[in-house]
Design a protein around this ligand. Structure first.
Ligand code: AMP
Length: 687
């Protein structure tokens, strides 16, 4: 019997980086060594790109499901360090590998991890405790994953969690003042880096000392304390009453009224919540959706609520000196002027690549306000999947908005340019990022209204970030936006029916748009509803038709799209549910292997809508020529597809059988067929 051998190396390894996790996938070796017991081993090396040296990764890395003896052709590594170059070597081994003196057969993958939020603060110590104050100190988190910009300390009286205070500190010590004597207070701390906030620490409880202990030193203050506590409690009750009735803004939007400020410092944020632009039902979501949105939780403030818009800009955006910016080249055109790439060098900071939006000369005051409005909104957000604002230049001309630079530009163009180039896991990684950004926005109470792949930016690590913020401007600016019968300007193909019909823009209508973005991503930037007119789209959607599954789409993703397109907006998933669902799919990639059946995808349309008929093309040849696929005319004719009616029955399997093996050609033909069917019947997949 012939000897068996070690297997050859695994093939086509690909990676997907998500913050400090890396997912690897590969295909089995071409030569299994004549045995059936192939398994895989992952070697991990941490590399210093400058010195060109690599060390073993050490014990902090976790491998899911395991590092050795992997039977499946995928693995996930978690708890890697942020901003670190790693090399993973995937080795195929079998029962005789250890006996072979030959070199190891492996494929290696180099990745750089992204920035992750800091790990929780674990070590909190009490310092000086008095009757009205508690001092605390703590240590930096074990894994800061970047430079800690500040800490957020949340505290509240035990069992009174509905009213808490937030203090921010750049130091690792604070003193909480204005506390009640002899009361237990609960403290939680979290750190923030450029990647956003980490999770809060566990709860630490400390008790202020009783008045009697401190009485000898300040007897005289007791009546004042009694009065101020009583007044405080009354005011707090009044404000909570406002909150519960959903009418916090009665206490003065935009400018925090003295009532709010006195009652509770952290309520200032709450009162900034926009009455003018946000929907009353959205407000209800915060207050009555099973849990009360706590005062102190950051909420988006509509810059329109500022009498002077300049004040909003300076509150939320840092002023940058024009001399710190070097403009390098023009990369795009915005509504207000050119978009350029360049570099930002702030004193004492590392030089950064940035995108610079400029306001063209000769602008009106309204244009300046609208242009800077975007910065006032963007500056309130701090999340790895939301485009980050570095600052604004308003004191010199041209007026500029400076943001982080996203090397791959807008997602729709990027996907069109790289048609068919990504693994499903990479596409799901992009979608996960967008959903995480949207979850953050919806938690902040911000409704985007113009979520579409063209408004997502993507960087060199394939991290997607939500961009294009504005109010009325967003829709004015978007070439996709069309006027509705009610006068509003709306990007019809991306917008939920209730938002088109009666301008009901909510986070649930953003979820609808997110479903369309999912469709755009999986179909590599295809135009939703192809060339149907806006009126036809509105009619088809109203009649219950939905976009069909893109080609080669995992069934789980298409189901999620359909869920986002539920007519009843409360039945659509929430963004946090979408994020968890996508995380589950990423953790269990085999769940993405079941694709929407290609033939059912087509016959679905056929069953409902009949055949193509004579349509726009007189012959198969004419049709194939029109889509630049004329080279297949002969094959089609020879195999019995000689009429447009016969062509209507073609499935993806048929194309493969006919020898149309190039994915790009398959897509062109199938999409053209689908488009013709949609045009013919003015409908899509019925729900
Ligand atoms: P906008 O006015 O935001 O739609 O920007 C116009 C175009 O400029 C976009 O479609 C992008 O191609 C490009 N762009 C805008 N912001 C950035 C950025 N931060 N990084 C890279 N490209 C950008």
């Amino acid at each position: 019997m012939a000897c068996t051998r070690p297997p050859s190396a695994p093939r086509n390894a690909i990676s997907n980086v998500n913050e400090t996790s890396v997912f690897l996938e590969w295909i089995p070796p071409a030569d299994t060594g004549g045995r059936k017991d192939v398994s895989y081993y992952i070697a991990c090396k941490k590399c210093n790109s400058h010195a060109g040296v690599c060390d073993e990764c050490g014990g902090h890395v976790r491998y899911l499901p395991r590092q050795i003896g992997l039977k499946n052709t995928s693995v996930m590594m978690v708890d890697l360090l942020a901003h670190t170059n790693y090399t993973f070597e995937i080795e195929a081994v079998n029962g005789v590998s250890d006996l072979s003196p030959g070199a190891r057969q492996y494929v290696s993958v180099n990745v750089t991890t992204n920035q992750a939020a800091p790990s929780p603060v674990t070590n909190v110590k009490k310092g000086k405790i008095a009757k009205n104050s508690i001092s605390l100190s703590w240590q930096e988190p074990d894994r800061p994953n970047g430079i800690i910009l500040e800490y957020e300390i949340k505290y509240f009286e035990k069992d009174q969690e509905t009213s808490y205070t937030i203090i921010k500190s750049k130091e690792t010590t604070i003193t909480a003042e204005g506390l009640k004597p002899a009361s237990v207070y609960v403290f939680q701390i979290r750190a923030r880096t450029a990647a956003g906030y980490g999770v809060f620490s566990r709860r630490f409880e400390f008790e202020t000392i009783p008045v009697s202990v401190a009485a000898s030193s300040d007897q005289s203050q007791i009546p004042i304390i009694a009065v101020s506590v009583t007044v405080g409690v009354i005011l707090l009750a009044v404000v909570i009453g406002f909150l519960l009735s959903g009418s916090c803004c009665e206490c003065g939007c935009g400018r925090a009224s003295s009532l709010c400020a006195v009652a509770h410092p952290s309520l200032i944020w709450r009162c900034g919540y926009s009455k003018a632009k946000q929907d009353p039902e959205e407000e209800k979501m915060h207050f009555h959706n099973g849990h009360i949105k706590l005062p102190g939780v950051r909420t988006y403030i509509d810059p329109h609520t500022y009498e002077d818009p300049n004040q909003a800009v300076h509150e939320f955006a840092k002023e940058i000196e024009a001399s710190c910016i070097t403009i390098e080249r023009v990369i795009g055109a915005g509504e207000f002027g050119e978009v350029c790439s360049g570099r930002l060098k702030l004193p004492g900071k590392r030089e950064l690549p940035v995108a610079i939006k400029t306001l063209k000369v000769g602008y009106t005051e309204k244009q300046r306000r609208d242009f800077l409005g975007e910065a006032s909104i963007m500056g309130q957000f701090d999340h790895p999947n939301i485009i980050h604002l570095e600052g604004v230049v308003t004191k010199s001309k041209p007026v500029m908005i400076v943001t982080e630079y996203m090397e791959n530009g807008s997602l729709d163009t990027f996907l069109k340019k790289n048609d068919g180039q990504f693994t499903v896991i990479q596409l799901v990684g992009m979608l996960r990022g967008i959903a995480a950004g949207m979850k953050y926005l919806s938690d902040m109470g911000y409704v985007h209204r113009d979520l579409a792949a063209r408004n997502i930016l993507i960087n060199s690590n394939l991290v997607c970030k939500v961009s294009d913020f504005g109010l009325s401007r967003v829709l004015e600016d978007d070439p996709e936006a069309a006027y509705t019968t009610r006068g509003g300007k709306i990007p019809i193909r991306w917008t939920a029916p209730e938002a088109i019909a009666f301008r009901k823009f909510t986070s649930a209508s953003d979820v609808w748009s997110y479903g369309i973005v999912m469709w755009e991503v999986v179909s590599y930037g295809e135009r939703p509803y192809w060339e149907m007119t806006n009126q036809d789209v509105i009619k088809a959607v109203e009649e219950g038709y939905r976009l069909p599954s893109p080609m080669d789409c995992p069934a789980a993703l298409y189901q999620l799209m359909l869920d986002c397109w539920q007519k009843e907006r409360n039945s659509r998933p929430k963004f946090d549910e979408i994020v968890s669902m996508l995380d589950k799919l990423i953790r269990n990639p085999s769940s993405l292997k079941t694709l929407v059946n290609a033939s059912s995808r087509v016959s679905n349309l056929l069953a409902e809508h009949g055949s193509l008929g004579s349509g726009a093309y007189r012959s198969v040849g004419e049709w194939l020529e029109a889509i630049k696929m004329g080279r297949y005319t002969e094959i089609f004719m020879e195999n019995g597809y000689s009429s447009m009616d016969a062509v209507a029955q073609v499935t993806l399997e048929d194309l493969r059988r006919l020898g149309v093996t190039l994915v790009g050609h398959q897509k062109k033909i199938m999409n053209s067929l689908q488009e013709m069917k949609v045009q013919l019947v003015n409908g899509m997949v019925p729900l």
